[in-house]
Design a protein around this ligand. Structure first.
Ligand code: SF4
Ligand code: SF4
Length: 339
């Protein structure tokens, strides 16, 4: 199924490739997966300067078909000098002389002309030089995201979105469409909490969004390419899965984004704050291993510094969530060792 990226005139296959996880594969394997994705019909590839060698793998795999694909990458630069440095590295890594959509990577504020950072002006200059075609933004904070949409300064917003989205998040998506902006949805599997790929895909297939699916393994790509060939139906059974998941998760759950890190007590918050949900949905054996027990047993070392509280974009009461997970985990593991 094809879709236009906002009002850019760029039309791509709706299912995009999220290139964060291919950092974890070596160059040969990562490039092979990317090439297979292209051959299977995928045309939109999203990466970031911060995803180590992800851009280089895209460059290696796809430089000879550059004109047939749309590349979106991101810069986390907070000053103009770093902006130009990142852009040059990205162009070099991607083996191209232009980037289709250059996104500010989860900035703490919505960059604008005259905001004294000079970053938006730098992006305009890069556009004038032909190094980028369009300016986009990614964000995890709904306030910054909303401001970006209303500003009219960006062609696209990249934001976490799955069938667990709140009404406020759904409203953000609708507003993007009204403003002619692309809504690029990341974390469609909610950071690993959702287990049924076809259900997540069927749900997003019916919305005006461009989902980017994080792909690391061949089996994940197989599923994605099946959806590219045949859009999955939102069957009664899938609607039931959505309903059950929505009831189970409500609105207050850790998405595993990691923006609360680093924790001075070295608590692995993205894992530990979701442990009970993971335990319910995955193999118990994995999460009761020595490694996970040690991770969970570190929770009482929380110093109460509030760093996580200040940085969680979902405004979660992280220390409380950790405590709840710890207590449930101790109960759970003592029961499983009894039994
Ligand atoms: S409040 Fe506790 S969990 Fe949060 S960052 Fe500080 S030490 Fe870590
Ligand atoms: S606690 Fe908040 S910031 Fe930390 S991983 Fe979970 S959702 Fe992200």
């Amino acid at each position: 199924m094809n879709i236009e990226i906002g009002s850019t005139g760029i039309v791509v296959e709706k299912n995009g490739f999220g290139a964060l996880p291919i950092q974890r594969r070596d160059m040969k394997e990562g490039s092979k997966i990317l090439r297979r994705a292209f051959e299977g019909g995928i045309r939109f590839f999203d990466t970031a300067r911060d995803y180590t060698d992800s851009e280089a793998k895209i460059g290696q795999a796809l430089h000879d078909v550059r004109e047939q694909i749309c590349i979106a990458t991101k810069t986390s630069a907070k000053d103009v000098k770093t902006f130009w440095k990142h852009l040059d590295i990205s162009l070099n890594n991607l083996r191209t002389d232009y980037i289709d959509i250059y996104q500010f990577h989860n900035p703490p504020v919505c960059f604008r002309p005259d905001d004294k950072t000079g970053l938006y002006e730098a992006a305009l200059e890069a556009k004038a030089q032909g190094k980028i075609r369009h300016i986009g933004i990614s964000n995890h904070q709904i306030t910054v995201a909303r401001e970006a949409v209303e500003s009219g300064l960006y062609v696209s917003l990249q934001f976490p979105f799955s069938y667990l989205a709140t009404e406020e998040e759904a409203d953000l998506m609708r507003r993007c469409t009204e403003k002619g902006m692309a809504f690029i949805s990341m974390k469609a599997m909610s950071g690993g909490l959702l287990k049924n790929f076809y259900t997540a895909n069927a749900y997003l297939a019916r919305l005006p969004v461009i989902p980017i699916w994080g792909i690391q393994w061949e089996s994940e790509l197989d599923e994605l390419l099946e959806c590219v060939k045949n859009t999955p139906d939102l069957t009664e059974e899938r609607l039931q899965i959505i309903e059950t998941d929505r009831q189970e998760f409500g609105g207050e759950f850790c998405r595993g984004c990691g923006y609360c890190l680093p924790c001075p007590a070295k608590i692995d918050i993205p894992q530990a704050a979701r442990m009970i949900l993971m335990l319910r949905r995955s193999s118990v054996k994995v999460f009761t291993s020595q490694q996970y027990r040690e991770m969970m047993n570190n929770i009482p070392n929380c110093t109460g510094c509030k760093h996580c509280l200040k940085h969680c974009p979902y405004h979660l009461d992280v220390p409380r969530l950790l405590r709840d997970n710890y207590e449930d985990y101790v109960r759970f593991t003592s029961k499983s060792s009894d039994g």
